[in-house]
Write a protein that binds this ligand. Structure first.
Ligand SMILES: Nc1ncnc2c1ncn2[C@@H]1O[C@H](COP(=O)(O)OP(=O)(O)OP(=O)(O)O)[C@@H](O)[C@H]1O
Length: 294
């Protein structure tokens, strides 16, 4: 069963085309990162999935229902970029209140535990740090035990330690077969926490695959070694080599097929020292994917 189905949605603000004919199907149980630079259209897409923004064209379904129906049925939990917390209520009261709105919520203590709020349960929300408040927003999003969780840049403004805690809670929630879609421009977060990465640029999907596939699609690999004074001439003619860079005494051969390159390299009679095969970081992959669609 498809958890989220987005078919050809588009949204413009005046003459700004925020989202252009975007389609995406998310099977139940998948954790999807929607990755893109600022202004790519991530928040607008998330808003349409939640029924908060009406698309100009196309349609969105969540477990076969409109976003509004799915929300009313308690299927969807959301964590948006902003969201006021009632400052005079305690963490337990706020999360308990939201929990009470859902037909079949999670036990309150379990919610607080997953969001790492057990020790802060009696604290008024007005007295929380930014990171702690963000954890309360996460608790509110999961309190109703929704089948689908939609998070818009959930770790914006969190420090490294708070991020780690947050993602541990998210993964624990996902482990029960729930569907999660989160928007981010943190590449490493997409890599570490998602089964699938959908790269969005200028309102369109420019790549869609596992983190490993995205990396591979964007630039292949590099075979690097130390020349030790030997000439680099002719390396560009080896099989499977696309380009060669020589920096000082280090040669870098770019390729989609490092095994063939390494075998050919040993056939040249060169002395190959400090051999290294590298995969581009997700960051490089992401930059080259979004730049290619400019
Ligand atoms: N309410 C609005 N009115 C006018 N333009 C808007 C509005 N909301 C978004 N936009 C524009 O639509 C485009 C997409 O914005 P959106 O917020 O969806 O991108 P995003 O990928 O979420 O960006 P960020 O990572 O900065 O949050 C941007 O050019 C933005 O300026």
């Amino acid at each position: 069963m498809e958890a989220i189905s987005v078919e050809g949605v588009a949204k413009s603000y005046g003459n700004v085309r925020a989202v252009e004919s975007l389609s995406l199907r998310v099977p139940a149980g998948q954790v999807v990162a929607v990755l893109g630079p600022n202004g790519a259209g991530k928040s607008t897409t998330v808003g349409m999935m939640l029924g908060l923004i009406e698309p100009d064209a196309g349609r969105v379904e969540v477990f076969g229902k409109t976003p509004a129906e799915a929300g009313a049925a308690g299927f969807v939990g959301a964590m948006l970029q902003n969201g006021e917390l009632a400052p005079n209520l305690t963490v337990r009261e706020v999360v308990g209140f939201v929990r009470g709105l859902y037909p079949d919520p999670m036990p309150l203590d379990e919610v607080l535990e997953l969001a790492d709020l057990t020790d802060l349960a009696k604290r008024r929300t007005g007295r929380l740090s930014g990171g702690q408040a963000q954890r309360v927003r996460f608790a509110m999003a999961i309190a109703g035990a929704p089948k689908v969780l939609v998070l818009d840049e959930p770790t914006a403004a969190l420090d490294v330690e708070s991020r780690r805690t947050f993602w541990a809670g998210m993964r624990a929630y996902a482990a029960h077969g729930r569907t999660i879609l989160f928007a981010t421009h943190h590449l490493e977060e997409a890599d570490e926490n998602a089964d699938r990465v959908v790269v969005v640029a200028r309102g369109r999907i420019v790549a869609d695959g596992t983190p490993a596939e995205i990396k591979q699609r964007a630039g292949g690999r590099a075979v690097r070694f130390t020349l030790g004074g030997q000439p680099a001439a002719g390396l560009e003619r080896l099989p499977a080599v696309t380009t060669v860079e020589v920096d000082g005494d280090v040669a870098t051969l770019h390729t989609a097929d490092p095994d063939t390159v390494v075998a050919a390299l040993y056939g040249t009679g060169l002395t190959v020292r400090d051999l290294e095969i590298t995969t581009p970081a997700l960051e490089d992959a992401f930059l080259s994917l979004t730049a290619a669609n400019r």
